[in-house]
Structure formats: C-alpha cells, structure tokens
Ligand binder design. Structure first.
Ligand SMILES: Nc1ncnc2c1ncn2[C@@H]1O[C@H](COP(=O)(O)OP(=O)(O)OP(=O)(O)O)[C@@H](O)[C@H]1O
Ligand SMILES: [Mg+2]
Length: 367
C-alpha cells in the first residue's frame, strides 16, 4: 500500500434507471444524471430515503444496468462491462462479511479470486489490516468483532484489491453516533492516504460535510446541486437543498425595489433590506434563506418585530423559536451573554444578516 494508486475519474452521462412494478407502474429511480467525479476525489451522494443513491452506486459498480446513458471509468466506457471486470471495491451498509471465514480469509477473498500467490496474499492482507487498525485480528471470526471492527474488515476487503474506484453505501449507518464520527475520520484519512476515487452514499448531512471533497444533493433521482459543503450551505439553489444541508429559515416576501445591491422586501407586513447579487422585478415573490445562527435578537431596537414562542437552553447555545407574522423562525445563539434571556411570549426585535443571504425565486420553491 506504500505507493499511491493511479487515480481515475468517473463520468456518468445522462444515466437513468427505471424499475418496472406490476402494481405501481414504472418508477424512474434515476433521471438523466450527468456527473463527473474527479480523479482521487471523494464525492458524496446525499439525499433522503428513496431518492436513488443506492441505484446510482449500483450502476457505477455494474450490479445494475442503466436503462439509458453511459458510464466511464477513466477513459473506458464500462456501461456494458460486468461488475467483476470494473476494478471496483464496494463497502455495503450491512458489511456482508462471510460469517464462517476468519477476518484474514474475508479480506483475502478477492485476492484468491484473482489467483494471487499465498505469500503475496499474506503480505497484502496484513498490510491492509494494519491500515484499518486491525493488526492481529486476522484469526477472528466476524461474530467475535464489534460492529465498528466488522465495518473495518469490510473496508479492508474492499481496498485490498487496490481498486481504481471505491464505492461505499451508507457504511457507517449501523454504528452508534460516537463510533460513526470516529470511523468517518478514519475513512477520510484513508482516502487522503490512498487517493482512491471514492463515491460515498449517506443520508447524514453532517457526515457528508465532514468527509467529502464535493457533495451531490439528490432529489427524486436527479442532482439538485453539486458543490463543496460550503457552496451548498452558503449558496443553496433551492429550498430543498437549503433545508437538507443544515437548518434553514425561509422568509417569504415580495420585492419592493432593488437598489445598489440591496433589495427591499415586504415581509410579514414589515419592510427589510437584504443584500443581493441579482436584481428582481418589483412584485417578485422570493424566499430568503436565513440560517438560524445568522439572526440576532434584542429586547427592542431597529429591525423586525417578532414574538418569542420557545426557548431551549443547551449549554453552549440557546435555541429560540419566534413568530414573525405567519412564519415561525428558528434562531440559534451560541454562547450568549447571561442577560440575553428572552422568555416565551416576549416581544423582541430580530436582525437579519447584512451578507450571506440567499434569495430564491418563489416559483422554484414549489416546482
Ligand atoms: N430492485 C428494485 N426494484 C424496484 N424498485 C426499486 C428497486 N431498487 C430500488 N427501487 C426503487 O427506486 C427508488 C430509489 O431507490 P434507492 O434504493 O436507490 O434509494 P436510496 O436513495 O438508496 O434510499 P435509502 O436511503 O432508503 O437507501 C425507490 O423508489 C425504490 O423503491
Ligand atoms: Mg440506499
């Protein structure tokens, strides 16, 4: 494992997957997806249950044939290449270890299939077990390991063949919260060390943000947005992305003029000015994406008049809900001064940020 793998990219060209259901009719699980995974990149497919993540991964692996489109690994069109000839390592959510084989034999399996010699197998397996922190565990059976250790074996088995591409389908979802955080750090380190082009599936946004070079947010079989964690958090293109990556308040209002990079909005019967990089026609219905931690709150002052409806003290932060006209907003105050203590029922003034507000045209929200 000493020398880094020569990394290759993955390209999906207008990939679709349709399933035929006797009762439900045709289901298009993946729709016309274009995606370029760069050589050596760790790209995450993030989205809610049923949005098509596993189906996309299975098509890249060759476990499932796309109903349309082409898949390239490096320069090679692999659309019709069988799974066992694609040079891919796959880590399943369920680990899928052979229960009757030792850790060593589970990891060695792919090398035996490839007819490696006994001594090369011994060296490669020991090396990779050390890499995933399981030195000395070779003789154990899977049921003699913890969940986290089993997942490490699954990872070792996937990378020991030195695949050009690593595919991981929710590999950490069976682990408890603390172990999940630890393992995601290890997966990221391993990825940086080996440089294997990786497509990683999760529905956990924090996990996606922590490990990915880029994230593709998937909505109903299509890519809603592709970018770094920061792109998606700061500049979500839709309400779906805004509320899937972090928490978001959507303030619905009507444009009453745009001057010098600032737009005037009528919001819950009140007027606010927000920064904008685009101009909107007067009367356009928009939604401002405002993050809970970007809103300030005061007893009285200039700003929007709102009413506190809830307060939760969480030690390092206080979470408020406030009512602004028809809308309920979430506000998070990190380490607020002791005096900043507003009770439910209290009238307050809230301040919206002077930068970093994303404005969405309201028709997009309902499409
Ligand atoms: N073999 C199949 N036959 C029929 N329908 C399928 C099959 N596999 C997936 N589907 C359907 O395709 C859609 C996408 O499924 P997929 O497993 O890709 O979702 P997912 O994003 O991985 O969800 P989860 O987070 O729950 O794992 C779903 O509506 C699912 O019911
Ligand atoms: Mg899935």
């Amino acid at each position: 494992m000493a020398d880094p793998i020569h990394s290759v990219g993955i390209r999906l060209e207008r990939i679709s997957a349709t399933f035929h259901h006797r009762e439900r009719g045709d289901i298009q699980a993946v729709r016309d997806v274009d995606l370029d995974v760069k050589p050596g990149e760790l790209l995450t497919l993030l989205g809610p249950s049923g949005c098509g993540k596993t189906t996309m991964l299975r098509m890249i692996a060759g476990f499932q044939e796309p109903s349309a489109g082409r898949i390239f690994i490096g320069e090679l069109d692999v659309t019709r290449v069988p799974a066992n000839r694609r040079d891919i390592g796959f880590v399943f959510q369920s680990y899928a270890l052979f229960p009757h084989l030792t850790v060593f034999e589970n990891v060695a399996y792919g090398l035996r299939v490839r007819r490696w010699g006994e001594s090369e197998i011994g060296t490669a397996v020991e090396e990779v077990l050390t890499l995933v922190g399981l030195e000395g565990f070779g003789g154990r059976l899977p049921n003699e390991l913890s969940g986290g250790q089993q997942q490490r074996v699954a990872l070792a088995r996937a990378i020991v063949i030195r695949p050009r591409v690593l595919l991981c389908d929710e590999p950490l979802s069976n682990l408890d919260a603390k172990l999940r955080v630890e393992m995601r750090g290890e997966i990221q380190k391993l990825h940086q060390r080996l440089g294997i082009t990786t497509v990683y599936v999760t529905h956990d946004q924090e996990e996606a943000m922590a490990i990915s070079d880029r994230i593709a947010v998937i909505e109903s079989g299509s890519i809603a947005q592709l970018g770094t964690a920061e792109d998606l958090y700061r500049r979500p293109v839709s309400a779906f992305v805004a509320s899937f990556i972090g928490r978001a308040n959507l303030l619905h209002g009507v444009v009453r003029g745009t001057v010098d990079g600032r737009v005037t909005l009528e919001l819950a019967g009140q007027t606010v000015h927000l920064p904008t990089t685009v101009s909107f026609d007067d009367g356009t219905r928009v939604a401002a994406v405002v993050r809970p931690e970007a809103i300030s709150i005061e007893a009285a002052g200039h700003g929007l008049q709102a009413k506190v409806t809830g307060r939760v003290y969480l030690g390092d932060k206080v979470e408020y809900t406030v009512q602004l006209g028809e809308e309920t907003l979430e506000i998070v105050r990190f380490d607020p001064p002791v005096s900043e203590n507003y009770a439910p029922g209290q009238e307050v003034t809230i301040g919206l940020p002077s930068e970093g507000v994303q404005l969405l045209i309201d028709t997009i929200l309902h499409s």
